[in-house]
Design a protein around this ligand. Structure first.
Ligand SMILES: Nc1ncnc2c1ncn2[C@@H]1O[C@H](COP(=O)(O)OP(=O)(O)OP(=O)(O)O)[C@@H](O)[C@H]1O
Ligand SMILES: [Mg+2]
Length: 365
């Protein structure tokens, strides 16, 4: 008997997306089912190319379809279409699907380092990634990407971002004249953040990561008010003071209706260069505890590694300079989880509404 498309879809209903907690058929991920002489081919379109369980889902699809009587071969193509964040009528960056801000309470906890490495990690999955440096106190991204002396040019009245390591980058630093000291005041900050969004030719992006200055000043406020954000990542170190102020920053974003996507802990563990065992260096509140307190996901913990600051200081993201060290694996893992939660965030508002089901993930904020 000929194998039908309905049979294949029925079998694929057994495959669940672990983050969205629905089967891939209900989620509308299965496309282009073709059957020919026992050979079955179809596409699974995920919500992010950075999906951390892409290989597992592919294997499950192959297993359940192979088990159908008469199937001799299964060809699964995995693709991705990043969902769009909720937009507003006159969105400043309508072609940018997801905007994720990286924030912290305290300064120096590693926001910029985390932002740069996550941007490169996402770009390595095939996603189109932008990086906006909105740190009014000390824009550091051009240094970290090794292009402090570059100057972006303008085309058709728009500023063209600088391409580095597969990432389109624009920094507030480029908008300042050399050596210009700026006493930032609220309206100026808001104007500059607006300029970084609207006057830059970001093109079609899957993810725009925004590196914020520490705290809850004008830049985070302006950003959250100017565009609907997918959400905010909070970076913290395991010191009570850092966690405490991070909690305050989180509360601000919640008040501004920007969902919190999760907590990244940085510099908590030192990995022994000989045996690879992690040693916790500080006794303060961990990232995991902070995430639990805020009732948001814990995205991961980047170890303290001298290679990170060494490579960063010479303008190479550590994920590229030292791809075999534990920090690189952790950045990739965090990028995958972040992309998954960003999908959940958009799905819970749009597609799950379409499916007619209650959201699986109640956004905080
Ligand atoms: N996991 C790590 N291991 C070693 N060094 C790190 C790590 N994370 C960050 N650093 C170093 O710590 C310093 C501060 O990091 P970074 O500039 O990313 O922090 P920040 O939160 O962006 O700071 P600011 O609040 O000033 O913007 C840098 O020199 C960076 O290279
Ligand atoms: Mg910084």
């Amino acid at each position: 008997m000929a194998i039908t498309e309905a049979q294949i879809l029925d079998a694929l209903r057994a495959v669940q997306d672990p983050d969205l907690r629905r089967d891939i058929v209900t989620l509308g991920f299965v496309k282009d089912v073709k059957v020919c002489d026992g050979i079955v081919a179809f596409t699974v379109e995920l919500t992010t190319p950075a999906c951390p369980v892409k290989d597992q889902l592919k294997a499950e699809c192959e297993d359940v379809v192979s088990a159908i009587d008469g199937v001799s071969q299964v060809v699964v193509e995995m693709t991705a279409q990043v969902r769009t964040r909720p937009s507003q009528q006159q969105d400043l960056v309508p072609q940018v699907k997801q905007i994720i801000a990286i924030a912290s309470g305290k300064g120096g906890v590693g926001k910029s380092t985390v932002t740069v490495n996550l941007a490169v990690a996402l770009a390595q999955t095939g996603a189109r990634v932008g990086l906006m440096d909105a740190d009014v106190y000390g824009p550091s991204i051009p240094l970290m990407l090794g292009c402090p002396d570059d100057r972006p040019f303008t085309r058709d009245g728009k500023i063209v971002p600088i391409e580095k390591d597969g990432v389109a980058m624009m920094s507030l630093g480029f908008l300042l004249e050399e050596g210009q000291a700026v006493l930032w005041r609220g309206p100026m900050v808001a104007g500059t953040v607006r300029q970084l969004l609207a006057d830059v030719d970001w093109g079609d992006l899957d993810y725009l990561l925004v590196d914020l200055p520490p705290g809850t000043g004008d830049a985070p406020m302006s950003l959250a008010q100017l565009v609907p954000l997918t959400g905010v990542v909070i970076v913290t170190t395991p010191h009570n003071v850092a966690a405490n102020i991070a909690g305050k920053a989180a509360a601000l974003f919640q008040r501004l209706n920007a969902p919190l996507l999760g907590v990244v802990e940085n510099m908590a563990n030192l990995i022994c260069p000989n045996c690879g065992e992690p040693t916790r260096l500080f006794a303060g509140m961990s990232g995991e505890e902070l995430a639990a307190q805020l009732k948001i996901p814990f995205l991961g913990s980047v170890p303290l590694d001298p290679a990170i600051s060494e490579s960063s200081d010479r303008g190479v993201p550590s994920i590229l300079a030292h791809p075999d060290r534990p920090q690189a694996a952790e950045f990739h893992r965090i990028a995958g989880r972040l992309a998954a939660y960003a999908s959940v965030q958009s799905m819970s508002r749009q597609d799950l509404h379409r499916i007619g089901d209650a959201p699986v993930f109640e956004p905080v904020g």
